[in-house]
Design a protein around this ligand. Sequence first.
Ligand code: SME
Length: 157
Amino acid sequence: MAEDLHIVSGDKTEKYYSLLPQIKGLLEGEPDLVANLANVAAALKEQFGWFWVGFYLVKQNELVLGPFQGPVACTRIQRGRGVCGSSWAQAKTLIVPDVEKFPGHIACSSLSRSEIVIPIIRNSEVVGVLDVDSEHLNHFDTTDAKYLEEIIALIEI
Ligand code: SME
């Protein structure tokens, strides 16, 4: 596995195209979940420069903070609370163009303006979420949802 990430410029599709095989390579042959989540968060942060990117994992019926890149964040989120808890409860990807307009949004940082949360589903159950925050409004769209879902599918949980 190469430890250096190859960063590209261009539109977001080109960035995901370049990143996907590299993330595959990073995960290959490594069974440790924390190591893999940490590297995925780091790779996404390095390529896209997002404000915050990381994982919450379902533990004893709440979401608990996992590996992430960015400022310190809230450690526990209840099912149905905030964007992450809603994505868990609905088992679907949520794109939030303006976090101030999302009822119950949990503001870990006042700098976060828009957000996307992808549930990690295994055997029909949500086992965690990938959460990405941007300091720009309306930063995420269905292209992000499509490729982030593909990235999530690569992780063995
Ligand atoms: N904003 C999220 C909380 C997690 S932080 O953004 C890292 C939410 O509403 O669930």
